[in-house]
Structures are given as C-alpha cells and as structure tokens.
Design a protein around this ligand. Structure first.
Ligand code: UT7
Length: 325
C-alpha cells in the first residue's frame, strides 16, 4: 500500500518583511540578501498567532483538499523546531483547533528534514496497518527565535506551515524511495543554546541572547551541499529512477546556492527545480510542504508526476525521497 500525498495545504501569517524593510533596521542590503540567499521577503507571525494556529490552518486546507473531514485522520505528526511550548507538543495544541478525534498526535524534532522524516514515519504507520491516513505538518515560527542584531542569521528565516495528508495510493504511486540520517556530532554548528533543560531561561541566558538561532553559516553551507547531493543521488538510485524522469525537484529551501549545487550534482536542470525561498525565506520543516502546495496551486505539480525532495538541517539531520503524486 504505497503511502501517497492525497491532500496539501499551506498557511502563512499575513505580515511581510521585505529585504528593504531590513535595510532600515540593520547593516544589510537587499542586494546582499538576494545574491547570497535568493530571498526577497518573508512572512512574520504577529503577536497572538502561534505555531499551532498555522498548523491548524494548513492542516484544515490539506484535509479539505483530500476531500476528507478531520474525523478521517488516524495520526498527526507535526515537524517543528519552534514549538508553541516545550511541552505539550504543538500537535496537542493544534489538535482541538483542527477538530481531530482523540488520535495519537506528536511533534518530531528533525529541523529542516522534519517533513521528510514525517513522511517516512507516516509511510511506516500505513505499511504496518496502524493507520490509514496520517496528517504530516511542517510548521515554524522562526522569527521568534532570531537575534535581530545578528545580520548573519536574522535575514534568513521566516514563518509558515505546510501540511500533507498521507493516504494510500495505487501501484506506482506514493513513496517510491526514501533515505534519512543524522550526525549529532555536528549539533553545535546550528542550534538554539538555551531554553531547554541544559540552560533554562535566566537573566544571563537572555542577556547573552542564547535563546536565538546560532549558526556557523559557512560550515553548514558546505555540509548542506554535500549531504543533500549525496542523499538525492542515493534515493534516485534506490528508486531506479534517472534524473531525467524527475518532473519536479522540491528541495528544502535554505539558500538558492545550496539548491543550485544540489540540483546540479543530481543532474536536474533548474527549470525543473521549484523555488519558494524568494517569498518565504528559510521556513525549515515547513519549506517542502509549503513549496508542494504552491507548486500544485500554480499548475507545476500534477497527478502522476514524479518528485524528488531533499532536506538538510540542524542536528545535522538529512533526508531525501522520491514520490509520485
Ligand atoms: O536550513 C538548513 C540550515 N541552514 C543553511 O543551510 C544555511 C547555510 N548557510 C548559508 O546559507 C550561508 O552561509 C549564509 C547565507 C548564512 C551566509 O552566506 P556566505 O556566503 O557564507 O557569507 P559569509 O558568512 O561568508 O559572509 C560573507 C560576508 C561577511 O563579511 P566579510 O567578513 O567578508 O567582510 C559577513 O560579515 O558577508 C557579511 N554578511 C552580511 N552582509 C550584509 C553576513 N551577513 C550579512 C548581511 N548583510 N545580512
């Protein structure tokens, strides 16, 4: 029973912060941000809008898109690095907002690889017969964990959510191949130092701005290019599919240069790479499902198409998948 995406939805908070807005606040330029990252603007959740609100909106749209009602969902997985609260999970906060039954709901923490981790878990639940339909949502409110004085990180990220209902498809549909991995030895290259139990919130942690994203951008960049390329090639080989047979490459959207390098090494021309970084920035776990929903809305993604996705993020974690809609 191939685990197939049968519904997609995405949600973004309305307020938009452009590169030109950022030029007024910090020592940066639209030109630097666009040429180094590909980003022009990002959405920013206003006060009162929680991650779980974005999860709920994207999920409701995905369920509706699948032609279902919330009662039809058997399990819900939220992939996020920016949960509403440390506990309970963002999935628990979102559950009543969506109107789901008393089903198991949980968060997974795999940063930018979270959606593809969630897809694999959903496929396993479906394969094992434990669930028929799994809602997988990648959602982030990253703008709340940024140091707005650190120009090397604050210009990069945005807020949003993308959701997919994973159900069962016919032969030759759904998840055709998947690979995933992690290397925790590199965790300190990209992390949020305080706010967990190692360094709980204190005046010192707040003053030292330890509750924000800390990233060694250059190192992350090199690992991202290498790992996303390897994972993409591995999953194509596993699926027995050539790059020419990929209709659309929908990678995690952290940096246009990373995506170009990964597409290049996987021998997929950029015309077949779908980009949303310019309008959303890096939305971590949300980037792939948001891109899928937008690609479908724009007519770039149609039933029967074969898609390659690859993700890389904090941890480090990575994953890649070949799937057919
Ligand atoms: O989501 C998954 C994980 N995240 C990623 O995959 C992100 C990976 N990393 C990157 O995308 C890139 O490393 C960045 C976009 C973060 C940085 O790009 P870079 O080409 O690696 O720039 P850099 O850090 O080497 O900085 C180059 C210069 C520096 O100035 P000097 O030392 O050459 O004078 C920085 O101070 O650019 C400067 N700079 C800026 N200038 C204007 C850094 N940030 C900015 C800024 N505006 N916002």
């Amino acid at each position: 029973m191939p685990a197939k995406i049968v519904g997609l939805g995405r949600a973004v908070p309305e307020p938009v912060l452009t590169n030109h807005d950022l030029e007024q606040r910090i020592d940066t330029s639209d030109e630097w941000i666009r040429t180094r990252t590909g980003l022009s603007e990002r959405h920013v959740a206003p006060d009162g809008v929680d991650n779980s609100d974005l999860v709920a909106e994207a999920s409701r749209l995905a369920i509706e898109d699948a032609g279902l009602t919330p009662e039809a969902i058997d399990v819900m997985i939220v992939a996020t690095a920016t949960p509403d609260t440390v506990f309970p999970s963002t999935a628990c906060w979102a559950q009543p907002k969506i109107g789901l039954r008393e089903i198991p709901v949980m968060d997974i923490s795999a940063a930018c690889s979270g959606f593809l981790y969630g897809y694999a878990l959903a496929a396993s639940l479906i394969d094992s017969g434990r669930a028929k339909r799994v809602l997988v949502c990648g959602a982030e409110v990253l703008t709340r964990v940024l140091n707005w004085n650190d120009r090397s990180t604050c210009v990069l990220f945005g807020d949003g959510a993308g959701a997919a209902v994973i159900g069962t498809g016919g032969a030759d549909e759904g998840l055709l191949a998947h690979t995933w991995g992690a290397d925790g030895r590199l965790a300190e290259l990209l992390y949020q130092p305080a706010g967990g139990t190692r360094q709980p919130a204190s005046h010192q942690t707040v003053e030292a701005r330890l509750h924000s994203v800390h990233m060694q951008g250059n190192d992350v960049f090199k690992h991202a290019v290498r790992t996303m390329s390897h994972a993409s090639l591995a999953v194509l080989e596993q699926a027995g599919i050539s790059p020419e047979q990929i209709d659309l490459f929908v990678p995690h959207q952290a940096n246009i240069r990373i995506m170009k390098a990964a597409a290049d090494r996987a021998r997929i021309p950029m015309e077949r790479c779908y980009l949303v970084i310019q309008r959303y920035g890096n939305v971590s776990a949300a980037s792939i499902p948001m891109a899928l929903a937008d690609a479908r809305a724009e007519g770039r993604l149609e039933p029967g198409m074969t898609v390659l996705s690859a993700g890389f993020g904090a941890g480090f974690t990575w994953a890649a998948a070949v799937y057919r809609l």
